[in-house]
Design a protein around this ligand. Structure first.
Ligand code: ZN
Ligand code: FE
Length: 253
């Protein structure tokens, strides 16, 4: 039985996620923006948390932790342990941990912050990216460089197309408007933007998204793509420089 994903809107535009194994009753929470909506999602299903992953130290990802942690195992990056709530398990890139009775692999996806981590469940085809790779976007560079975030994008891009991307915020509509300014003639992007409009008009989350679709439409995964570079007037440029220009333009969009 595949692991079940629940997307929980929190605060203004954050998402927390539950990953649940119906056979073993184990439940992982990814990020703790705010306790009440998460507690309600657990209560309505009769689930209890066995693990909590903190992707990075920002308040909108950790502030609900104390009210939720109970006896759950709290997991975060070793590199960030000094500024995260107290961890029961500190992890680094390449570590594999059994969570919800499935093997999960950690990636360092620094850029938004240094020490930001992502978690991949290969068997269930789920990737938790928070504020690294986002639906049609990526996190702002608060601590890392464009080179670091591009490196993080390249790592995640190696994963299979059918991977579901669980990212940390509902920024997709703004990201979509922005992406169209970079690649106005990308037909995959144009049709995705139409889907996003319908989803948001129905007040539904646009996450999880699909990695294959991100590869074809997300400008931050396409800085080395010839069609994007041509459309952007940066043909044969260093992908890091293209990424940097796009990220800066998004900051002021
Ligand atoms: Zn953040
Ligand atoms: Fe955030």
């Amino acid at each position: 039985m595949p692991l079940e994903i629940v997307t929980i809107p929190c605060l203004t535009d954050n998402y927390a996620f539950l990953l649940h194994n119906a056979r073993t009753k184990e439940t992982l929470l990814v990020d703790a923006p705010d306790a009440p909506p998460i507690q309600r999602a657990l209560n309505s299903r009769g689930w209890a948390l066995t693990d909590i992953l903190l992707t990075h130290h920002h308040g909108d990802h950790v502030d609900g932790l104390d009210a939720l942690r109970g006896s759950a195992r709290v997991i975060g990056a070793a590199a960030d342990a000094h500024r995260l709530p107290s961890l029961d398990l500190a992890v680094s890139e390449g570590d594999t941990v059994k969570i919800c009775s499935e093997t999960a692999l950690f990636f360092d996806v620094s850029g938004h912050t240094i020490g930001h981590i992502a978690l991949h469940f290969a068997k269930s085809r789920v990737l938790f990216t928070a504020d690294s790779l986002m639906a049609l976007g990526c996190g702002r560079l608060f601590e890392g460089t464009a080179a670091q975030m591009w490196q993080s994008m390249l790592k995640l891009r190696t994963l299979p197309d059918e991977t579901r991307i669980c990212s940390g915020h509902e920024y997709t509509q703004t990201n979509a408007r922005f992406a169209l300014t970079i690649e106005p003639d990308n037909s995959d992007l144009i049709s995705r933007v139409e889907d996003i409009k319908k989803t948001r008009a129905a007040n539904k989350p646009t996450v999880p998204s699909n990695l294959g679709v991100e590869k074809r439409t997300n400008p931050f995964l396409r800085a080395d793509n010839l069609a994007l570079q041509n459309a952007y007037g940066m043909t044969n440029s260093d992908p890091i420089e293209v990424f940097n220009q796009i990220r800066k333009r998004r900051d002021n969009f």
